[in-house]
Design a protein around this ligand. Structure first.
Ligand SMILES: [Zn+2]
Length: 265
């Protein structure tokens, strides 16, 4: 068997129980992980924005949106950069402690952020084109497997395609086929993990049910917006005892669980 990472966090941007729960027969790896581990819903509180950048930022910095103040990819016509966000992320803290850590494509900034690895996303990580999204998802997956051949102690990777696909295809059968793709990816990556966290930043719903409106009515190809972000995100854990009740708790859970793995091993 391969050497394993002590802890892997797999982020699935915009993954929702609304699609996963009724389709578990088509999603065998989700089904197994839910059965073996613990599954719950993480709710974005009313006072926080249901947007990808601030929620991923909260998850890996341990700070609320008010505390870190980073809400959007673009502010005053400028792309916000990592250095503009005055926080320590979990990989910064682990790295200082001498724990090997790699983070791949974390979408709190655009293009998504890498730590101790290099990957250039297809379409700048901002494409809504299905072909480009497929290419990019495969690219991130292959990169993740390459990294895990010599696993760091902690590995974090985020797949952003579900968010983009669901905005313009919510309610269409192809959405489920994208969850099947994520299921296959989970099935491969989870084998490299001792402890595992699978998490989304927010869920998804039809455009009329959403409390936020994140995009214009039509995209640049004239496709109509069909779905938007919902406050209910997913969380599946295996081997994690630290209680995760809100997105910020991820930061503390990762630090605690890695420390415990160290003293146990
Ligand atoms: Zn998102």
């Amino acid at each position: 068997m391969n050497r394993k990472a002590k802890l892997i966090t797999i982020g699935l941007d915009a993954a929702t129980w609304k699609i996963i729960t009724p389709n578990l027969k088509r999603l065998p790896h989700f089904a197994t992980l839910i059965k073996q581990g613990k599954a719950k819903t993480l709710i974005v509180p009313d006072k926080e924005e249901i947007l990808s950048p601030p929620i991923w930022c909260s998850m890996f910095s341990g700070k609320t949106q008010e505390e870190h103040g980073h809400l959007r990819y673009v502010v005053n016509n400028h792309l916000v950069k990592r250095k503009d966000i005055k926080v320590d992320f979990v990989w910064d803290v682990l790295d200082r402690k001498g724990i090997s850590v790699v983070a791949l494509q974390i979408p709190f900034v655009m293009p998504p952020f890498n730590f101790h690895c290099h990957y250039e996303p297809v379409g700048y990580g901002a494409s809504y084109d299905l072909k480009e999204l497929e290419e990019d998802t495969d690219g991130v997956f292959f990169k993740a497997v390459e990294i895990l051949k010599k696993p760091p102690e902690v590995f974090i990777v985020v797949f952003t395609a579900l968010d983009r696909v669901q905005h313009f295809h919510w309610g269409e059968p192809l959405v489920i086929s994208w969850y099947e793709k994520m299921d296959k990816i989970l099935g491969v990556l989870e084998k490299y993990a001792e402890k595992l966290i699978v998490v989304s930043d927010h869920g998804f719903c039809g455009i009329g049910e959403a409390r936020t409106r994140t995009l214009p009515e039509k995209n640049d190809k004239g496709e109509e917006l069909k779905g938007d972000h919902h406050q209910e995100a997913i969380l599946i854990t295996r081997g994690i005892d630290y209680p995760i009740n809100k997105h910020e708790d991820l930061f503390f859970a990762i630090l605690k669980e890695v420390k415990n793995a160290k003293s146990a091993g």
